[in-house]
Design a protein around this ligand. Structure first.
Ligand code: SF4
Length: 519
């Protein structure tokens, strides 16, 4: 017996008007509802232009990118008008897609490709076209120089619109986790074992030029080859660390996931494979005017390069740079003074006097530093017993050079004052230190005691840490997706570019649009 289709049954239920079916007395009344019919095929009119509002951020990004010179991006395109071959997507579109995606905290090429099929802003940007995620991921890392040029061009637009003032720049560093786990670090021996196994797997796959593997197999083989490359790079990094004598053979390790990542201390006190991201932010409108990535966790070595980068990006140096105590090294203070850049930042506590330590060691006040006389001509000290303490070496502290002077152990060992002067010294004689500040360093220290400098410094946290927090919280850059110093640098550049464009949309584009609509 032929059963009526379910949809026909449902249609029947829906179509039956309540008044046409007399309800016998006492029968419970059934509610009447519209039922869903998913068996139908429909056509819909879709106005792509009206998918998003006139003031949508995607339109602002599209407009801005359209105003920029993208010659570097177009130069790599081989397809020409009238020629054969597949027509690639317009770089203006791919740039806009990546910028809009980053602004939404999306950094996955697959996710962008997926959203292009259903999310209105992505659909509007690509005109309902479908974009392969390989195209997107390749584009993100293929245009290093052009992307840097784009960053500079956007700074030019912001500067023209009065949003960039270099009167005061706040500089700060932040650690961002690498695409590697802490347990991916291996010593040289283990790396060699893994590399040998990877080489054998690659050799077993045969020559990729001789075969046409299927897509899935090709992806698997590419992953094996990339693993071999990473292991080779990790081995190189371990050997470089040993040659540079940073670590001995036992200590030297590198990540087999991202060989260029380094273990760094995090803000929560823990340690993780990371990169050190340095950002220079101008104070008036919080625009990022310089962005760098480094493998070194030390902040102070990056300040001179950061100022040079700001000058390269905008054609002039910042008038004033505000930093935290991690940047106020002697070299930085002197270099900024030499370049005419007003540096503002607290001096870290310098080890200017060892008197407290000496007292702990049982040294009598009669043998404190001020009881030793300094002979500047000979650069020696003379102790209360009249013996010579010679210059032994020097250490550089923040804004100060500490010179060390030591007496011979043979002299102190037989001295009648030894129990009061250097009671704990068994292998070397008494030592004293002399702190030396250059006029520049002295002036810097005096300036940082003034209320004006302290007031400026108090503004630092609000400005310098704003883009750091924005990149991590709004753009989702808490961990890199890409591996290696170059690609990680590109990821930071995309994020910094997105951040600047978001500032431009907020401060300029939306304001102009509102004004135009009101007129
Ligand atoms: S212990 Fe050495 S430094 Fe101290 S007073 Fe004697 S000789 Fe001089």
């Amino acid at each position: 017996m032929n059963q009526p289709k379910v949809t026909e049954q449902l249609r029947g239920l829906e179509a039956a008007p309540a008044e046409s079916v007399p309800t016998p007395p006492g029968t419970p009344v059934r509610p009447r509802v519209k039922l869903v019919d998913r068996s139908q095929l429909t056509w819909q009119m879709l106005d792509v232009e009206r998918l998003i509002d006139p003031d949508h951020a995607a339109r602002a990004i599209w407009d801005l990118v359209g105003r920029l010179k993208l010659d570097g991006f177009y130069a790599r395109i081989e397809a020409v008008e009238g020629g054969v071959g597949r027509t690639p997507w317009d770089p203006r579109l791919l740039i806009s897609l990546w910028l809009y995606a980053y602004s939404r905290g999306i950094s996955s090429a697959r996710e962008i490709a997926r959203r292009c099929t259903y999310e209105p802003a992505f659909q509007w940007l690509c005109g309902l076209g479908e974009i392969n995620h390989h195209t997107l991921s390749d584009f993100r890392v293929e245009h290093d120089a052009s992307l840097r040029e784009l960053f500079v061009q956007v700074l030019g637009v912001l500067s023209t619109e009065g949003l960039v003032s270099l009167q005061r720049v706040m500089h700060d560093g932040t650690r961002i986790k690498a695409c590697a786990g802490a347990d991916s670090f291996r010593r040289e021996e283990r790396l060699k074992e893994h590399l040998e196994a990877a080489r054998q797997r690659v050799a077993a796959m045969g020559d990729p030029r001789q075969e046409e593997p299927k897509r899935k197999r090709a992806a698997q083989e590419r992953a094996v080859r990339e693993r071999q490359q990473r292991l080779e790079q990790a081995l190189e990094e371990v050997q470089k660390a040993r040659q540079a004598k940073r670590h001995d053979k036992e200590q030297a390790r590198a990540s087999q996931s991202d060989p260029q990542a380094r273990i760094m201390k995090q803000s929560d006190g823990g340690y993780a494979p990371s990169y050190n991201v340095q950002l220079s932010t101008e104070a008036s409108h919080r625009i990022i005017v310089g962005a760098q990535v480094s493998q070194s966790p030390n902040d102070f070595i990056h300040l001179i390069g950061a100022v040079a980068q700001v000058e390269a990006n905008l054609g002039r140096k910042p008038a004033q740079v505000v930093v935290d105590a991690g940047f106020t090294s002697r070299e930085n203070i002197l270099s900024m003074a030499e370049q005419g850049v007003d540096l503002v930042g607290p001096l870290a506590e310098a080890n200017l006097s060892w008197a407290g330590q000496q007292r702990q060691r049982g040294v009598s006040e009669k043998f404190d530093l001020d009881k030793f006389s300094y002979d500047a001509k000979k650069n020696v000290y003379r102790c209360p017993a009249g013996k010579i303490l010679r210059h032994k070496g020097r250490e550089f502290g923040p804004g100060v050079v500490i010179h060390k002077y030591t007496a011979k152990i043979e002299t102190c060992a037989v001295c009648q004052f030894r129990s009061q002067c250097c009671p704990g010294n068994h292998y070397h004689g008494r030592s004293v230190t002399r702190a030396e500040r250059s006029p520049t360093l002295t002036q810097f220290a005096q300036k940082m005691q003034t209320d004006a400098a302290k007031a400026i410094y108090r503004q630092r946290g609000g400005v310098a840490e704003f883009p750091n927090a924005w990149l991590k919280d709004k753009l989702g850059l808490r961990q890199f997706r890409l591996r290696g110093l170059v690609k990680v640098g590109l990821e930071v550049l995309w994020a910094a570019l997105t951040y600047n464009i978001q500032q431009w949309i907020r401060l300029s584009w939306r304001a102009k649009l509102t004004l135009a609509n009101n007129n």
